[in-house]
Design a protein around this ligand. Structure first.
Ligand code: GDP
Ligand code: MG
Length: 197
């Protein structure tokens, strides 16, 4: 489905974070323009393709990988097929393999999910590398911002410092529900991905 000319602009982007933070909702909102209040845990892996018109002659296809269920997968594989640890490691490599960018999502109403983004960032940094060996660009999403109109207890400056300390490219307050910064954060990440390409 892609021509020779724009072959280089198919990018795999990971969407990770604790369960219930809104990863699937972000993708549904960004790619399909829909939002649901109902919670349905992702089983396996969700994919979605978003075509972004960067300029008149540049089209980027973002392949979003919603891989939150990897722990669940690990469990399923353990009991069903009794995969060895080595094979399991290869499974997770499939998820991370060849990703050129990532979003880490936390839920502004559950600050423990912000604490856990450090773990997610380490996970990405230890498994995914650009061809030159450097880590992939990662953007932090402070999701469900619509639920905390007065802020979530961190100043912008504190969040900027957090990003600096843990190696995030930047952060956005987002809402899959109201679409706050849904496109902006993707644009920001894609600009960095294009720079790296
Ligand atoms: P995932 O486990 O990270 O994929 O989380 P989901 O996308 O399934 O979302 C978990 C729950 O949070 C669902 O009930 C969603 O409707 C809700 N949710 C997700 N994003 C938002 C948001 O931006 N605002 C609000 N108010 N609810 C959200
Ligand atoms: Mg999900």
């Amino acid at each position: 489905f892609q021509g020779e000319d724009d072959k280089g602009y198919l990018y795999k982007v990971l969407v990770v974070g604790d369960s219930g933070t809104g990863k699937t909702s972000y993708i549904n909102s960004f790619v399909h323009g829909i939002f649901s209040n109902r919670y349905k845990a992702t089983i396996g892996v969700d994919f979605a393709l978003k075509v972004m018109n960067i300029s008149d002659d540049k089209v980027v296809r973002l392949q979003l990988w919603d891989i939150a269920a990897k722990m669940k997968l690990k469990f399923i594989y353990k009991i069903k097929i009794k995969l060895g640890q080595e094979r399991y490691t290869n499974m997770t490599r499939v998820y991370y393999n060849e990703a050129v960018g990532a979003f880490v999502v936390f839920d502004v109403t559950r600050m423990d999910t912000l604490e856990n983004v450090k773990k997610w960032k380490n996970d990405i940094d230890s498994k995914t590398f650009l061809p030159d060996g450097s880590v992939i660009p990662v953007v932090l999403l402070a999701n469900k911002f619509d639920l905390t109109p007065e802020g979530f207890g961190k100043t912008d400056k504190e969040m900027d410092e957090f990003c600096k300390e843990f190696g995030f490219l930047g952060w956005f307050p987002t809402s899959a529900k109201t679409k706050l910064n849904i496109n902006e954060c993707a644009q920001f990440l894609v600009n960095k991905i294009l720079e790296n390409d």
